[in-house]
Design a protein around this ligand. Structure first.
Ligand code: BG6
Length: 492
């Protein structure tokens, strides 16, 4: 038996992608509520109206819209996150199914816009808090531990249009007030917290923007720094409110290989990981920026004002564990295209790995890369507890007569990734759990499609929101149940 008996087997869901009910019970809108669907390699946008009536577009994840503008819902336009999988009204049934699979943990996000919809000024929304307490009670019935992610690109939209987003330091206080409500109100149910989902996404979004100016660089690094400070303050607050709390901050694990053994490619791959992943995990785990941070700031022509108080916060707010997502790997050459790396679609020859197959959405399937990532992080942080949050395959499933779905491709994907992490654990990696994306079908974040399905539980709804919203067990449901029962796969 390699995995400990407390190993956190489970899955992930996120509020904007699964709940629907976008304007119910006092929730205020979030940027995602305004995003129109995209497609493979076509990003999503939100429309806004400026004070002078001009209409503009804001790129997903950028958290940007001009001050004083307003996001708008266009007529005859589909907004998939408005309905999603309607978990808001189906949570009891859904959690019962997770219980049947034997889940030990569920990573879910709680929506800031349900809990504190109008900022500190508006106070707590009791209906929002009560809703999540009901969800946690349901989880408790089935002995499923919640791992609560506090922020996943979903702050109330007015923070973007009125405050100017994360570049405004005031947002740190707002975020902490929201965290405090959660730590206090959910303390009887939650011990695992994640302060930010994929905190490195802003940096990758910046690199994907071909037209980024020095001003954009400056703003993005300020936003990132503010988020890291906010995260470290949240860690401290969580520990103060309940010393039993275990808090992590998640990074998006876009790990890379050199395209060839050309030393330039090797250095480019190393640099890519420093600039996009490790700089963040270094701060989260070690409590300070690494030495190569100076080089990055120079390259982006950015000046950051890091106060002594900020340094102290980063140091005193080190995380207890490091959660990271892992979907695919990429190659990097001296000439790599960073945009291609973020969308996962290997549009450039440089990023393609001839040894790997891809999914229907062009994501390279690479279970060995998960072992590579685990070993790299384990070596770097010397046995620090790691958690794989989010790992899965988006595919088109066929609901067949009798309401069955034969998703052997999904079973293969997870089996190979589980084998890879078991091998790493066997070699000494300190892995505390595996929560796969996404146990229940939901809206794709990147494309807004519902037909890009990840779940072990099928939800009968299409891209336009048509369907019965009934839930069906896929073949992978029964397979994962057995994996959890056996506490893993026996490696020969
Ligand atoms: C992760 C995000 O990076 O990728 C999830 O945290 C997202 O929210 C997942 O759903 C898969 O991406 P997509 O675009 O297929 O939904």
């Amino acid at each position: 038996m390699i995995l400990s008996k407390d190993f956190l087997w489970g899955g992930d869901i996120s509020a904007t992608q699964i709940e629907g009910a976008w304007d119910e019970d006092g929730k205020s809108p979030v940027e995602t509520d305004y995003l129109i669907p995209g497609k493979k390699a076509i990003p999503r946008y939100a429309y806004y109206k400026k004070a002078n009536g001009e209409i503009g577009k804001s790129l997903q994840f950028s958290g940007q819209a001009p001050k004083g503008s307003e996001f708008i819902v266009k007529e005859n336009q589909i907004y998939p996150n408005h309905f999603a999988s309607d978990f808001y009204h189906h949570y009891k049934e859904d959690i019962a199914l997770l219980g049947e699979m034997g889940f030990k943990a569920l990573n879910l996000t709680v929506s800031w816009a349900r809990i504190m919809p109008h900022g500190i000024k508006g106070g707590l929304n009791k209906k929002g808090v009560d809703y999540y307490i009901s969800v946690f009670k349901e989880l408790k019935k089935y002995h499923i531990k919640p791992i609560v992610t506090l922020y996943k690109y979903d702050m109330p939209a007015f923070y973007i249009t009125d405050f100017g987003g994360w570049s405004n330091r005031q947002l740190i206080q707002e975020y902490l007030a929201f965290c405090e409500i959660c730590f206090n109100n959910f303390k009887d149910y939650v011990e695992y917290w994640v302060t930010f989902n994929e905190i490195n996404i802003l940096k990758m979004t910046l690199d994907g923007n071909e037209n980024a100016s020095q001003k954009d660089n400056q703003r993005t690094f300020e936003e990132l720094h503010n988020q890291l400070v906010a995260s470290s303050k949240a860690v401290q607050l969580a520990h103060k409110i309940n010393p039993k709390n275990k808090v992590g901050c998640m990074v998006c694990g876009l790990f890379t290989y050199p395209r060839t053994c050309n030393p330039e490619d090797v250095l480019a791959s190393q640099k890519y990981m420093q600039d996009n992943i490790l700089i963040f995990s270094d701060v989260i785990v070690r409590g300070h920026y690494p030495t190569y941070f100076k080089r990055i700031l120079n390259e982006y022509d950015v000046k950051l004002n890091i106060s002594e108080d900020d340094k102290k916060d980063l140091q005193e707010g080190k995380a207890d564990f490091l959660p990271f997502s892992y979907y695919f790997s990429n190659c990097v050459s001296g000439q790599h295209s960073q945009e291609a790396l973020l969308t996962g679609v290997t549009s450039s020859e440089d990023n393609k790995n001839p040894y790997l197959k891809t999914t229907e959405w062009g994501w390279q399937i690479d279970s060995r890369g998960l072992k590579y990532a685990l070993e790299l992080l384990n070596d770097r942080y010397d046995g620090f507890p790691l958690l794989i949050i989010e790992n899965g395959i988006g595919a088109i499933d066929q609901l067949e007569p009798g309401n069955i779905v034969h998703d052997q491709y999904r079973i293969n994907y997870h089996r190979d990734h589980i084998k890879a992490f078991e091998e790493a654990v066997n070699e000494g990696v300190n892995l505390i759990g595996y929560t796969m994306w996404s146990c229940i079908d939901l809206v794709s974040a990147g494309t807004g499609e519902l037909r890009k399905r990840y779940g072990f539980i099928y939800v009968d709804v299409d891209d336009e929101g048509k369907g019965t919203f009934k839930r069906y067990k896929k073949d992978s449901f029964f397979w994962y149940k057995e994996i959890i029962q056996n506490n893993g796969i026996k490696i020969d």
